[in-house]
Design a protein around this ligand. Structure first.
Ligand code: SF4
Length: 234
């Protein structure tokens, strides 16, 4: 496991996740601060909700709209109708606006509107709080915990499952929690490593380990004998 991390890091370099909007700009960039401000933490949490079932480029457009309309300066009083319109590029915008509002309601009602107070909660309890929010599943909750709250939990996504199964490190029947436990017991408990590794696996999935016709011959893991590859058509 640490070997795969090292190979991917050598192949792609640091990914700068989670993309956040730098001060004075409107569009997120890959230069996430190690200690996000309250505004940046909120942007990460909202981005994690918006990225469900869509590509990051669509989320970027939605976050840009949120910046332009001043959402992050007044999230609790931001009108729902405007929120739907603003996040439209991320798809499923009616549903996602409700999910964002559900999350904000928890921050407002249970933590006095202070996202830092929510993120100060111990990791396991924080995870339970987030999973109780309608519209936040394990991948979204863990993305928020890792990148916004900066607590060590490994994020599992479809790319990670595919790569690990093909590399023979996870069985086909392993679900989200088993995969998460596998990473968390195989790696040093580190926010830095978890954040980078997840981003690298996403990059690897996009560049080489495609669902159909993966580019095994050119893949950095195949070249280092860390994955047997997939025969064409499999
Ligand atoms: S060798 Fe092929 S199957 Fe294995 S990780 Fe690389 S692209 Fe994916």
């Amino acid at each position: 496991m640490p070997e795969i991390y090292r190979v991917l890091l050598g192949a792609y370099g640091r990914q700068g996740w989670w993309p956040v909007t730098p001060r004075g700009k409107k569009r997120p960039e890959y230069s996430c601060p190690k200690r996000p401000s309250s505004r940046e933490s909120l942007e990460i949490a909202v981005g994690a909700i918006l990225t469900q079932n869509t590509s990051w480029s669509n989320v970027e457009r939605a976050v840009e709209n949120l910046n332009r309309t001043g959402f992050f300066c007044r999230p609790f009083s931001f009108p729902d109708a405007l929120l739907k319109k603003t996040i439209r590029p991320s798809g499923y915008y009616n549903q996602k606006a409700v999910y964002v509002r559900n999350f904000l309601d928890v921050v407002k009602k249970d933590f006095g509107g202070d996202i830092k107070r929510l993120f100060a909660v111990e990791g396991g309890r924080l995870r339970r709080i987030l999973l109780d929010v309608k519209g936040i599943g394990p991948e979204t909750a863990d993305s928020i915990i890792l990148y916004a709250a900066r607590k060590p939990v490994f994020v599992i996504d479809a790319y990670t499952m595919r790569i690990m199964r093909r590399a023979g490190l996870l069985s086909g029947s392993a679900g989200y929690e088993r995969a998460r436990a596998f990473f968390e017991t195989s790696l040093p408990r580190s926010v830095g490593i978890y954040s980078e590794y997840h981003a690298l696996l996403v990059r690897q999935g996009k560049e080489y380990c495609h669902k159909k016709n993966p580019l095994c011959a050119a893949c950095p893991l195949f070249g280092k004998s860390m994955c047997p590859g997939v025969r064409r058509g499999q």
